[in-house]
Design a protein around this ligand. Sequence first.
Ligand code: ATP
Ligand code: MG
Length: 416
Amino acid sequence: MALHSLRGFRDILPPDSARFAAIEAAAREVFALYGYQELRIPTIELKELFVKSTGETTDIVEKEMYAFTDGGGREVAVRPEGTPGVVRAYIEQNINQSGRNAKFFYIGNMFRAERPQAGRFREFEQIGAEHIGNASPLADAESITMLVRLLERAGLTDCSVDLNSLGCGECRKNYRQTLLAYLRGCSERLCEPCRGRIERNPLRALDCKIDGPWLAGSAPKLTLCPDCAEHFARVQELLKISGVPHNVNPGLVRGLDYYTRTVFEVRSSALGSQDAVCGGGRYDDLVKSMGGPAAPAIGWALGVDRLAMLLKDKPAPDCSTRAFVVAAGKEAASKAYALLSALRAAGISADFSNFDLSLRSQMRSADKSGAFYALILGEDEMRDGTVAVKPLKEAGEQTLVPFDSVPSTLKQLLKV
Ligand code: ATP
Ligand code: MG
């Protein structure tokens, strides 16, 4: 049987791979503007890390984790999300004691064993940002604004931010009871998994793909305490100041256990049912609950695969080389090889096909390559010590250039 990739795992070929790279480049530019630095976290961690932080009753931990026992008998998991690793690193590396602003971004692949479908894969890429140690609504507004600027820089123009507040532990304590009583009353309408988990985590039902939609209309709503209400109002006010349009959506819960106060999602209707591009929120209690200092935090994670899908109608970044070298014969091949080196040393991207093929066939490759110029070393050119420079993208005569002047001439022509 021919070898094949696993379901839900995919190859990303050019030009899509260039779209991914362009999104990452845009993200790095924007992160630098906001003072975020990169944190590279491991792909595999102790399973316990995700169970404790992401939460036992979440979809991720209940059914989507790639967890296994390693050769040393340790229960480990391939990361399904980035926040737990960042928080573990923050605590383990004593980052809070360095006196620096703990603003980190990560870029990496995540793994979830869920049913593959359009926009939902088992291995996918996330770009995430975490700001740890700042409780101010300014940190919320800055984080969300940075996300929107990043999406704009990457080329996404029509997205909207949904915003809600889940309150603090105090607001939720009362609400939990009210909601639980309500859910018990209509438990026969709930899906099987929700029936099993409402006693442990009634809020999960609100985020359930099956029950969430009907509960959004009928279930009792959370009332924020005065502090949380003020925080939420201030976040909205600050977002207005930075010109970030947003809608308050009281039905927005988010499926992870650790969120407190502000939660948000960016959606785009162009994605169909898998419409969330990014999700995030505040997690004021997580660092402490993981054994670290009391450090309030806010962060988000952006799905790069879904963002690339949204940008697929925009022209892909042009990754073709500028010059394409064509030569026939063994002697010409050596000369062409030297020319390729000289061009690259001068900062001009250059490629070739196969010098053993006919000039005509190599010219066909040159035409297809997307290069601006073909550099031809035929018999005449070899004899005269020249190279024929032929424009490929626009009409124009072929010119003969002395071999040694080709890099400088091309620099002029290409304005590089
Ligand atoms: P969904 O409701 O679509 O399952 P989620 O709430 O599980 O999303 P998060 O854990 O918040 O997603 O991850 C943030 C982003 O990562 C999502 O908005 C989405 O763009 C992306 N993402 C999550 N799971 C997948 C997946 N299986 N395949 C591709 N992208 C994904
Ligand atoms: Mg999910």
